[in-house]
Design a protein around this ligand. Structure first.
Ligand code: ZN
Length: 214
């Protein structure tokens, strides 16, 4: 069983701010976390706590994609994250990207990108190919409200079976709607991309339940 995800308050804020800052273009970056035990109702559950989110500053942000804008800078960021991965138990566990006006699901091109992502370091010593990667997708939509709300900014959230959904009203006439989903992608250590692409999607992707401090 792959673990559920718990977003620290700061991680939730960073994911949503990253999506909202560039709401018409995709943005993305990396996730750090550690295993922890949390209470769900009366039971204790082991889950992966996302403690930090790093938005990639030099990314090339398109309307339907996000990728490295400056390969050397992207490489430097990864060197830091891989080198410090495991510091006091906090590891690099995956990444995230945003989907402006699009479904909160992983696309075929997302899977291809991840196959390349875990090989980015091209076998450099000390940088293993991760067999499993957590990818968070943040869908964002800007909406205009007909009914005018309070002039004060506010936010509201609710959980679904696995994803969480939130509204942040930036002003009385505009709101940003977020849907956050978390997906475990396995078999990334497949020998070739053909082998990886031939695997059934159900075997590769397991959607995790997202818990958030809301
Ligand atoms: Zn995507």
């Amino acid at each position: 069983m792959l673990p559920d995800i718990y977003l620290d308050p700061g991680a939730l804020q960073c994911l949503c701010a990253s999506a909202m800052e560039t709401y018409s273009r995709e943005s993305g970056g990396f996730l750090m976390g550690r295993m922890t035990t949390r209470k769900v109702g009366k039971r204790s559950k082991r889950m992966l706590r996302i403690s930090a989110v790093y938005p990639q500053q030099t990314a090339n942000r398109g309307y339907k994609s996000v990728s490295d804008g400056n390969r050397q800078a992207g490489w430097r960021a990864r060197v830091l994250l891989y080198t410090l991965s495991g510091l006091r138990g906090v590891k690099l566990v995956g990444g995230y990207h945003t989907h402006p006006g699009d479904a909160c699901e992983l696309s075929e091109s997302d899977l291809e990108y991840l196959y390349g992502e875990v090989r980015y370091h091209k076998g450099r010593a000390g940088f293993q190919v991760m067999d499993r990667w957590l990818e968070i997708v943040v869908s964002i939509d800007k909406r205009r409200y007909v009914t005018r709300y309070s002039e004060e900014p506010f936010h509201t959230w609710h959980g679904h079976k696995r994803k969480i959904e939130g509204i942040v009203a930036a002003d009385s006439g505009t709101g940003f709607h977020f849907t956050i989903g978390a997906f475990w992608v396995s078999e990334l250590d497949a020998e070739t991309d053909e082998e990886f692409n031939a695997m059934p999607r159900k075997a590769l992707i397991k959607e995790a339940k997202v818990h958030a401090p809301i």
